[in-house]
Design a protein around this ligand. Structure first.
Ligand code: ATP
Ligand code: NMN
Length: 295
């Protein structure tokens, strides 16, 4: 369970507000939007399906990304290969959605820094990943079911889905991309409500990347009723980099280069992030309550 007390007032970290960090239309002079200036990023959504026999797919990875690592980015590449080889989907977009500060997970840096690091990682190391700050800039925690609804709304209602080469409109299937540790929590009582699981796995579905140390079979057994919408992706090259380990290295003054994209390493160094425990998202109040992600 995560800790949460007061809803956050999200504001860019001092020093971030006027920095031009990224080469895309959504993060030029004011990198961190507010709910009123927010625009859904879709500059890399593929508007036309290459193969009209396929179902268009948008992948969404929800997580802390504190900081984003090469493993997080690899998840998308693994999913891309898996989707092409094993499914009837065609990926037309892919997003990292950093969690809201009120999630209060250990080591969660403020949303402004996490959004900037994710944006640098995706814009500078990939040609297809995007970062959606919507979840992070909301005044309170957003459950994953709500986050997927947001993507579904923006892509299918606002953008109108995608088209085939013949101009026919197609609805896009939104799906969650996650590591197997996340799906393991779906079998744990109290972390996800049944209604949310049914919504996430029944309406949307998920691609699960195997993660060392997180048993997958038992987890999937407990989610058997949604089995048809759960796709398991094996890690052919084992990689157990985690943000926790990266933070530990940084606290000890050890190098994290080549575990994260270089611009992210430079950004962490420039801003002296994670060098101690003094840069949490929100300082925990003495009377802070346990977060219930179901509420
Ligand atoms: N080594 C890994 N293998 C497979 N999936 C991973 C791995 N690291 C992270 N993920 C997945 O990436 C998503 C985002 O996770 P998150 O940002 O919480 O990363 P994390 O590295 O687990 O963080 P932390 O160490 O702070 O708990 C989650 O779905 C998580 O399961
Ligand atoms: N009930 C829910 O919607 C629920 C429960 C647990 C985690 N999550 C999400 O999973 C993601 C990763 O969480 P962890 O970093 O705790 O594994 C976060 O984006 C979080 O919001 C959602």
């Amino acid at each position: 369970m995560r800790q949460r007390d007061h809803p956050p007032t999200i504001s860019p970290h001092p020093g971030l507000a006027n920095r031009k960090l990224h080469n895309n239309p959504f993060d030029t002079d004011t990198p961190i939007p507010t709910p009123s200036t927010y625009r859904f990023p879709h500059h890399r959504v593929q508007p036309v399906l290459k193969d009209a026999t396929k179902t268009p797919l948008v992948l969404v990875a929800c997580g802390s990304f504190s900081p984003v690592t090469y493993l997080h980015l690899r998840m998308f590449e693994m999913a891309k290969d898996y989707v092409r080889q094993n499914t009837e989907f065609e990926i037309v977009g892919a997003y990292l959605s950093p969690v809201n500060d009120t999630y209060r997970k250990a080591g969660l840096l403020c949303a402004g820094h996490r959004i900037n690091m994710c944006t640098m990682a995706s814009e500078r190391t990939s040609r297809w990943l995007m970062v959606d700050p919507w979840e992070a800039i909301q005044p309170e925690y957003q459950r994953t079911a709500v986050v997927l609804d947001h993507f579904d709304y923006e892509i299918n209602e606002v953008l109108g889905g995608v088209k085939t080469a013949d101009g026919e409109r197609r609805n896009v299937q939104v799906m969650l991309l996650a590591g197997s540790d996340l799906i393991s929590t779906m079998g744990e009582p109290g972390v996800w409500s049944y209604a949310d699981l049914d919504h996430i796995l029944g309406k949307y579905g998920t691609f699960i990347v195997e993660r060392a140390g997180a048993g997958i079979d038992q987890a999937v057994d407990s989610l058997a009723r949604w089995r048809d919408n759960i796709y398991i992706i094996s890690q052919l090259i084992q990689n157990d980099v985690s943000s926790t380990k990266v933070r530990l290295f940084l606290r000890r003054g050890l190098s994290v280069r080549y575990l994260l994209p270089s611009p992210v390493v430079d950004y962490i160094e420039e801003n002296n992030l994670y060098s101690d425990d003094s840069t949490p998202a929100q300082p925990a109040a003495k009377d802070s309550k346990k977060v219930d992600p179901q509420s």
